[in-house]
Design a protein around this ligand. Sequence first.
Ligand code: GTP
Ligand code: MG
Ligand code: ZN
Length: 288
Amino acid sequence: MLGRVYKAVAAQFTVYGYDDGVRYVCAAKGKLKLSGEIYVGDIVEFDTRERIITGMKPRKNSLIRPYVANVDCVIAVVAPLPEPDFLLVDKIVINAIIENLEPIVCVNKTDTDDGTLAERVEKNYGEVARIVYVSAVKNEIGELIEVIRDKVVCLAGQSAAGKTSLVNVLTRSEAGEVGSMSEKLSRGRHTTRKNEVFTAYGALIIDTSGFSELNLPVENPNGLKDYYADFSEYAEECKYKGCMHLLESEADCGVKRAVINGRICNERYERYAELYREVNDAWKKRFL
Ligand SMILES: Nc1nc2c(ncn2[C@@H]2O[C@H](COP(=O)(O)OP(=O)(O)OP(=O)(O)O)[C@@H](O)[C@H]2O)c(=O)[nH]1
Ligand SMILES: [Mg+2]
Ligand SMILES: [Zn+2]
């Protein structure tokens, strides 16, 4: 039977059977047995009697942090508290673009926001991602339901932004322990994570443990700018072909000019410059 992996704990996989809608706890066979071969979200072939996964369908895409396959969109959850880490949101958005996923920024805890965060998120991401506003505590999740309906979605972002709380409200059940790790899964050295798939509104929702570091799959620093849709219109006015928008003089750079004129969000541009240096350092280390 074909099914989707809903849960992966140690070498045991919970597979949701497509034909009967039953959840089977399975082991895996051969190479698939190896740690890290099967991701949550994978579509697998399995033997219902032996409860063994025998094959895997090619992946549409996959995320490396967290390890999830066949995702439609990734939702970066932010809140007034903890203080949002927008560099992390930038990375999540770039990862989504690279993997051909729709990036969504979800502003949670609107019950505690006087509009400051909403405005800041709009300025930073209004041009590059769909933004939804919710409050898990107040049960105001209508906009989120609209974007996740019938999709495979992954909730990502800082710890304590309220991802599990949102899943809880979405599934209207105790999906996990709010504020604590409900399950720990260790694969490889020093990596602890939990990834579980929940269902609501026809969607598969992957709740991930909060993370503060995300490696970008971007290797060449000169390619980074191409992931900034909010720069592209202005980049056409740059004097030099292949401009990285890091020149001192704004006379030669359309992007820099747009930052000064307030048409490109200043803090987003500053983070671009920071990320460029980060990617550039890693690139140089590889080749020098
Ligand atoms: N005021 C308010 N608090 C919220 C809201 N949603 C979640 N919280 C609180 O935020 C805290 C963290 O929520 P979690 O859902 O555990 O956060 P998380 O993103 O899953 O965190 P990790 O699992 O560590 O990544 C809890 O104390 C929640 O009660 C909200 O809409 N409004
Ligand atoms: Mg959580
Ligand atoms: Zn430029």
